[in-house]
Ligand binder design. Structure first.
Ligand code: NAD
Length: 296
């Protein structure tokens, strides 16, 4: 059993903390939202009155927060109260620069504090079912200590490299996802114009070179994949607002590193238009309806 502090008990953090309780760990949590704290209490988490209080005395501190500025602010609050030898793991999706700054803040402490960036893939379903994929960046020693804890919340934990490498893997993966969903959606829209049925396109593409996750798991038309959000009114799933967030993080990183990502840039623009048209809360596969509306 490990004493774990969990800061940020929202849609993802709440069920992740609950899975750590189920695994037999002592979890102390904190969130600014009273409703999230109430749910966590019901799941067996003891709720502290501040992030610093939750972190005091913990062996491992996990943060699961909206963006880089929240992570840097919470780490600034908790670092003075964490004990020597503790491990800080940030599971939020944040920009690579903020992730590296958070690691640097931990390193600059006079005590020995280990840190890891470990964003996740798998969404709320994966958080509830403990089937997330973690992609981690940081020293090997931090990864070795984190791995048994992360594996209670996920099915795969990958060490991607040094500080920030987890966030780099996350935004590269999600840039593939955003671009491939638009590609699959365009193919279905073209098929409709050509009189080809959704099922026929699915049967061919899912077993040939057009095969990809956006087609076979999150198929953007209802029918071929009964569990895809298209069969459920495009309720998320993975919300379009989060896809836009990740595509923008990829574009920031491309700009900062000098990488050329023309399709990533186009995908970010299309998802911005889709979000601005009032679809932030829809599943990201709903972009097909937007593309169909634009088609002549
Ligand atoms: P969420 O908004 O449901 O949860 C974030 C929580 O952080 C909220 O409960 C909020 O009250 C809390 N919070 C904000 N500032 C705080 C502070 N200073 N102290 C304590 N608590 C604070 O968001 P989520 O869906 O749980 O996502 C969390 C992170 O996971 C994000 O970075 C997101 O990009 C990433 N992510 C989300 C999904 C998904 O499908 N929801 C999938 C993969 C990754």
């Amino acid at each position: 059993m490990t004493d774990i502090a969990f800061i940020g008990l929202g849609n993802m953090g709440g069920p992740m903390a609950a899975n750590l309780v189920k695994a037999g760990h002592a979890v102390t949590g904190f969130d600014l939202s009273p409703a999230s704290c109430d749910q966590a209490r019901a799941d067996g988490v003891s709720v502290a009155s501040s992030a610093a209080d939750a972190a005091r005395g913990a062996e491992v501190v996990i943060t699961m927060l909206p963006a880089g500025r929240h992570v840097l602010s919470v780490w600034t609050d908790i670092l003075p109260s964490v004990k020597d030898g503790s491990l800080l793991i940030d599971c939020s999706t944040v920009d690579v620069e903020s992730a590296r700054r958070a690691h640097a803040m931990a390193r600059e402490q006079e005590r020995s504090i280990l840190s890891l960036d470990a964003p996740v893939s798998g969404g709320v379903g994966g958080a509830k079912g403990a089937t997330l994929t973690f992609m981690a960046g940081g020293p090997a020693e931090a990864f070795a200590r984190a791995e048994p804890i992360l594996s209670r919340m996920g099915k795969k934990v990958v060490h991607c490299g040094e500080a920030g490498a987890g966030q780099a893997a996350k935004i590269c993966n999600n840039m593939i996802l955003g671009i491939s969903m638009i590609g699959v959606a365009e193919a279905f829209v073209l098929a409709e114009k050509l009189g080809l049925s959704h099922q026929a396109l699915f049967d061919v593409a899912s077993t040939s070179s057009g095969q990809c996750w956006s087609l076979t798991t999150y198929c953007p038309v209802p029918g071929p994949v009964p569990t895809s959000p298209a069969n459920n009114g495009y309720r998320p799933g993975f919300a379009a607002a989060l896809m836009l967030k990740d595509l923008r993080l990829a574009q920031e990183a491309a700009l900062a590193s000098g990488a050329t990502t023309p399709l990533g840039a186009e995908a970010a623009q299309l998802y911005a238009l889709f979000n601005n048209a009032g679809h932030e809360g829809d599943d990201f596969s709903g972009i097909i309806n937007f593309i169909r509306g634009q088609a002549r």
